[in-house]
Design a protein around this ligand. Structure first.
Ligand code: SF4
Length: 359
């Protein structure tokens, strides 16, 4: 079965961000605030922007939420997706209010005139529609056919919604196929990538708390990303959505898919350790979150194996009794007193980032 690689998918514009058509994977998240509470929603979106979120989605459960869209849109810098279930009037209001994309399943809207009205409005504004298939809410005819949620059923559901849009000559489509069962999600995404070339939105739904959900999402989405599938990702966690963005960034870095993010290499520590490595690693990890350059930073517990173990690091520090050794690509460049070694490392990181920005 031919698998569609993310770079071979149809590029779809969401505001000034493109999903699909390249090897880039766009990071998304979703707000947890009441959307009608504009202050709280905008504040959360700002925190998400700061963390590296590239597209944000808000729920639109009622008219108050739909009415808040223009004001939210005015005050944020990243594209806004509005999530609507069934109600075409809210979809029209969201589109009119400036949504950069809507998430709605056309097959759930109802009468053809209503579907046509939403598609016409989206076309006029040039915004895409995401079809969100969820294993937990497949259409009755599909469940009856397969007996229970299957990957085939999920793809069939996606194709059913896609056809409705294609019949109306609408092609700015993004598709997600979420399941909380990791194996089912992997299977569904693989089958979807072979079935159509619309860009794919990845996610493992209801994955759990920060720790368990991170492991589960990384296991499932890692398998899918490694096959070249997926143009945008949202990690779903029962946690602060900023954590979702951090996990997504880290996951993409593992596959070399985050072009402008720094990576931390830190040793697992052992009996040779000479410094308080765990707190230093956490501090440096926090610091490099805001560095928008592909720099590899190492933090190692000792000088015996340290620098040599992290040869690929652009800059690093290894503990030595009472001091730190700053090194670049495995070569020691200078010694620094222990109390300032983290600050010295940060300065070196900033310097490398500056050099990268100037290029
Ligand atoms: Fe142990 Fe040193 Fe290797 Fe860290 S760098 S794991 S402290 S030998």
């Amino acid at each position: 079965m031919a698998i569609t690689h993310r770079k071979d998918t149809r590029p779809v514009k969401v505001g000034d961000v493109t999903i699909g058509g390249s090897d880039e994977v766009v990071i998304q998240s979703m707000t947890t605030t009441k959307t009608h509470d504009v202050e709280a929603t905008v504040a959360e979106i700002k925190r998400l922007e700061e963390a590296g979120c590239q597209i944000v989605r808000v729920a639109c459960p009622d008219d108050r939420a739909a009415d808040a869209i223009p004001e939210i849109k005015k005050r944020i810098n990243i594209p806004l997706v509005v999530d609507i279930h069934f109600d075409y009037k809210k979809a029209l209001k969201a589109i009119e209010g400036g949504a950069d994309k809507i998430r709605i399943n056309p097959g759930n809207i109802g009468k053809r005139e209503k579907v046509e009205a939403v598609v016409k409005a989206a076309k006029e504004k040039g915004i895409p529609i995401r079809i969100g298939v969820n294993a937990g809410s497949l259409e009755r005819h599909i469940l009856e056919k397969y007996g229970y949620p299957t990957a085939e059923g999920m793809v069939e559901s996606a194709l059913h919604h896609i056809k409705i849009l294609e019949d109306l000559d609408f092609h700015d489509i993004v598709v997600s196929l979420k399941a909380s069962d990791v194996k089912l999600a992997i299977d569904a995404y693989e089958k979807a990538a072979a079935a159509f070339n619309y860009p794919i939105h990845l996610g493992i739904t209801e994955s759990g708390t920060l720790f368990a959900g991170t492991v589960k999402s990384a296991a499932g989405l890692g398998a899918i990303l490694s096959k070249g599938i997926g143009s945008t990702v949202r990690i779903s966690l029962s946690a602060d959505p900023v954590e979702e963005v951090k996990v997504a960034k880290e996951l993409l870095k593992s596959f070399g898919l985050a072009a402008n993010a720094a990576t931390l290499i830190s040793c697992p520590t052992c009996g040779r350790i000479e410094i308080d490595l765990i707190s230093i690693a956490n501090e440096v990890e926090e610091y490099i979150q805001s560095i928008k350059a592909p720099i590899k930073v190492a933090v190692l517990g000792c000088a015996v194996n340290g620098p040599g173990e992290a040869r690929e690091a652009d800059i690093g520090i290894a503990g030595a009794r009472g001091e730190g050794l700053l090194f670049r690509h495995g070569e020691i460049i200078r010694k620094v007193p222990e109390d300032i070694m983290v600050d010295e490392l940060k300065k070196e990181v900033d310097k490398l980032a500056e050099e990268h920005y100037e290029k």
